[in-house]
Design a binder for this molecule. Structure first.
Ligand SMILES: [Zn+2]
Length: 148
């Protein structure tokens, strides 16, 4: 997992707090320690995202939370030229991407990049964390340095 630290976000103080469902409680609890946990189905062995009370593959309800590697690749990206409404997003322009995590799940994340327009499909990213005012953290994608 990346050792990079969060970058300051001038909108953090006004950030809308994401609602916390019972199914997602383990995710949010781990986010307080900046740890990414994903729900896995015990019977069929598949990770899934978003959190829910059953497996979307086999409908089994035996879910186990496991640490994620924190790595992934950009599947698709969109640059937002302005904040859609107060409390979301980042300093515009900012990039939002569908990221395929190493565990095989796809997560929508803001990409914290110096140049939002430079984020491209298939870019390697790692998970970073944006602090929320209630102690939880919101996962974001950090562009990985290109291989030397
Ligand atoms: Zn399953």
């Amino acid at each position: 997992m990346s050792e990079r630290t969060d970058r300051g976000d001038p909108t953090t103080a006004d950030r809308m707090l994401p609602p916390e469902s019972p199914a997602g409680a383990p995710f949010w609890a781990a986010s307080r320690e900046r740890r990414l946990l994903l729900p896995w189905c015990v019977p069929c062995g598949a990770a899934h995202w978003y959190p829910r009370g059953f497996c979307p593959v086999c409908l089994g309800d035996e879910i186990e939370w496991r640490p994620a590697s924190g790595g992934g690749r950009v599947h698709a990206v969109s640059v937002q030229p302005k904040v859609p409404f107060p409390g979301v997003g980042g300093e515009p322009p900012y990039a939002v991407a569908l990221v395929d995590l190493d565990e095989g799940v796809r997560m929508m994340l803001r990409v914290v990049a110096d140049d939002a327009w430079s984020v491209a499909v298939d870019d390697a990213v790692s998970i970073g964390w944006e602090p929320l005012s209630d102690g939880r953290h919101l996962p974001v994608a950090l562009p990985s340095d290109p291989p030397a």
